[in-house]
Design a binder for this molecule. Structure first.
Ligand code: PMP
Length: 429
């Protein structure tokens, strides 16, 4: 433990303060395999929060592919080599027909930022509509459309004027609590039409295809269809941020937009794509990509490098061979029903949101007025850590346990998490 404390002091002295660790006294993690992590003192944890490694920690297929590629050749993406072509072909093959053109980058922020820039160039416009409380990244454009209050309390007042927020389609809390979910899309559509009427039709509507940042809330039926129709009617484009929802996390669907029965114009992916090795992508149509070429510049030294392409290919192989999506559906469905059972016994659980292995356990002090149990959520997380579960509060009130473990999570680990949560809620924290 002293080892971890000493390292934390050095971390705080060497990294910028904003990169603070979530836990006040985090364990020093040394190794990971599948959904398990091991700290320097030999304590094991179940990682219930890490959606960067859907295949699991220490995946041999990805590690060997990257290692072999790094030994053979790694270079910038302007060179001509096989891995990037093969990766682009296989990634595009997973996207809907017509979305056949790929840009390769290194992260989710780069992917959403590039998606926005492509939309601006393709439409010759400057305005973008985004969902309030969303998170899309930290680079200039991706941060501008990220209006999560939890990430930056000042965010709503410092938005650039080209960003227009529409209310979060959250049926559980907020301005629309309890409202007929059917009205969210028309409201967002009206906002888009109003912008067009003011002579500022948006270049794009960008949204996660699942309301992740608020704690794993599926978008209401027909939401994206309604908003996509409106933005397209004004000549704008639909951008799907699949950084979290994509790659099978929702169980039934490989892409989050499939759950909404829509096809976007531009898809942004990252995280899962490299199983932790930096890799992101934008997938769009040849026509939209060509419009960007005429007005924008794109070159990424390491985006789509031989090594990152090798990682991406190994990830796609694992998705094919290891039935991860099927596991997300089966274990996720079972986990959700067990968490719902906990909710019948523990009134602090206000709701269990989500699909597949993208769940949100929302804690409230009062199920009537939904007062967020923020301090309790932090204390529960700290206690879960002591019991061997890595978790993290999320949502604008930091009162949701966003449950998005590696997709290889097995029943035993899922049950362990439920048992430990039951214990904390029963014994106190
Ligand atoms: N979009 C979404 C929905 C995300 O959750 C994230 C990361 N949490 C990003 C974009 C940014 O990805 P990255 O951290 O890889 O830059």
């Amino acid at each position: 433990a002293s080892d971890a404390a000493e390292l934390l002091e050095r971390r705080e002295a060497s990294l910028a303060e904003v990169q603070e660790h979530y836990y006040a006294a985090p364990p020093r993690i040394e190794r990971g395999w599948r959904e398990h992590l091991l700290d320097v003192d030999g304590r094991a944890y179940v990682d219930m929060v890490n959606n960067v490694t859907p295949l699991g920690h220490g995946h041999v297929g990805v590690a060997s592919a990257v290692n072999a590629q790094l030994r053979r050749l790694n270079t910038n993406s302007r060179f001509h080599y096989g891995a990037v072509v093969e990766y682009a072909e296989r990634l595009a093959a997973l996207a809907p027909d017509g979305l056949d053109t790929v840009f390769l980058v290194n992260s989710g922020s780069e992917a959403t930022d590039l998606a926005i820039r492509i939309a601006l160039a393709a439409t010759g416009r400057r305005d973008v509509v985004a969902i309030l409380e969303a998170y899309h990244g930290w680079t200039y454009a991706s941060d501008a459309v990220s209006t999560s209050i939890a990430d930056n309390p000042d965010a709503l007042t410092t938005r650039p004027d080209w960003v227009h927020g529409v209310d979060a389609p959250n049926p559980f809390r907020g301005v629309h609590r309890g409202a007929d979910a059917a009205r969210y899309a028309p409201e967002a559509a009206a906002r888009i039409m109003a912008l067009a009427a003011q002579g500022r039709p948006p270049a794009a509507f960008i949204a996660e295809t699942f309301f992740g940042n608020a704690g794993g809330i599926p978008l209401p039926d027909g939401y994206l269809a309604g908003v996509y129709t409106a933005v397209r009617a004004t000549g704008g484009l639909a951008i799907a941020d699949e950084v979290q929802a994509g790659f099978g996390r929702l169980g039934h669907w490989f892409w989050g937009f499939e759950q909404q029965h829509v096809v976007p114009d531009i898809i942004a992916v990252a995280k899962a794509a490299g199983n932790g090795y930096p890799l992101g992508a934008v997938i769009t149509t040849r026509e939209i990509a060509a419009a960007f070429r005429s007005q924008g510049y794109f070159f990424s030294s390491t985006g789509g490098s031989p090594a990152s392409s090798a990682a991406g290919l190994a990830v796609l192989d694992a998705f094919r061979d290891e039935r991860l999506q099927e596991n997300a559906l089966r274990v996720g469905t079972r986990l959700k029903s067990r968490l719902e059972e906990l909710a019948t016994r523990h009134p602090l659980i206000g709701a269990v949101h989500g699909l597949g292995l993208y769940l949100g356990v929302e804690f409230v002090r009062d199920r009537g007025n939904l007062e967020p149990a923020t301090a309790e959520t932090a204390a529960i997380c700290d206690r879960l850590l002591e019991l061997g579960v890595i978790m993290q509060p999320t949502g604008d009130h930091l009162n949701v346990l966003k449950t998005k473990p590696p997709l290889c999570l097995d029943d035993e680990s899922a049950d362990f998490f439920v048992a430990m949560l039951d214990r904390v809620l029963t014994e106190g924290w």
